[in-house]
Design a protein around this ligand. Sequence first.
Ligand code: ADP
Ligand code: MG
Length: 249
Amino acid sequence: MSKLEKVIETRNLNSGYGKLQILFDINIELRKGELVTIIGPNGSGKSTLIKTIIGLVKPWEGDVIINDTYNVAGLKPFEIVDNGIPVNYVPQVANVFPTLTVLENLKLGALPRSDSTKEDIQNDLTKIYELFPRLEERLSQRAALLSGGERQMLALGRALMSRPEILILDEPTAALAPVLADEIFAKIIELRDMGISILLVEQRATRALKISDRGYVLVSGHLAFQGKASELIGNKKVGELYLGKRKSV
Ligand SMILES: Nc1ncnc2c1ncn2[C@@H]1O[C@H](COP(=O)(O)OP(=O)(O)O)[C@@H](O)[C@H]1O
Ligand SMILES: [Mg+2]
């Protein structure tokens, strides 16, 4: 069997804001078809890591290699899109256009695709309605009026309209009630099963690891632990410090 392609690989990535260094020598990888989760305390640099990968934060040092080929370190997000690199990112906040309708938001998602006909777009919309039936019921409603869960579904649907091969999700279940979070996790599994490689950042660490292949624990900008998701869940130290498990004496 051939070795799985690395769709995202960071090599000794360092970055920060102004003079403040946030990330220190980060080496992570996402292989084709994998679902990989990054967990860690608030403020540990998870969003910064994702933003550095996607070009919203400029790396100070290091590489970001996509599909074993493109080094996108230092490129702006639009340059990544213009080069046809099939990565899509759903930010932690402000991930839909609130004053636009659900349908307008979804159609905007197709913009990075230069080659699609009206028919292609209609077909993709149909697929998204199958995945998220609630969106179809609310097509003409402004995104601002959606519930939190529906908004996250719209953000995912919009990202899918670009036909991403790689999807980066920053806390898609933040601020959602547990039952809605479970619904989003179920959708993320479906997306992975569709063949999309997914890098997920989550606060709901145990729940996220349970659906993941591998995980990384980021602490104060350093990778503190990494491994198979099942091993991280079973790791006593990770459990006590980051998964809310009680210390047994
Ligand atoms: N735009 C910014 N300017 C300056 N500091 C920032 C900025 N964004 C985040 N930070 C700081 O970077 C650190 C990591 O933040 P972040 O990556 O958002 O962590 P996480 O996503 O793990 O909660 C925090 O100390 C935060 O205050
Ligand atoms: Mg964050």
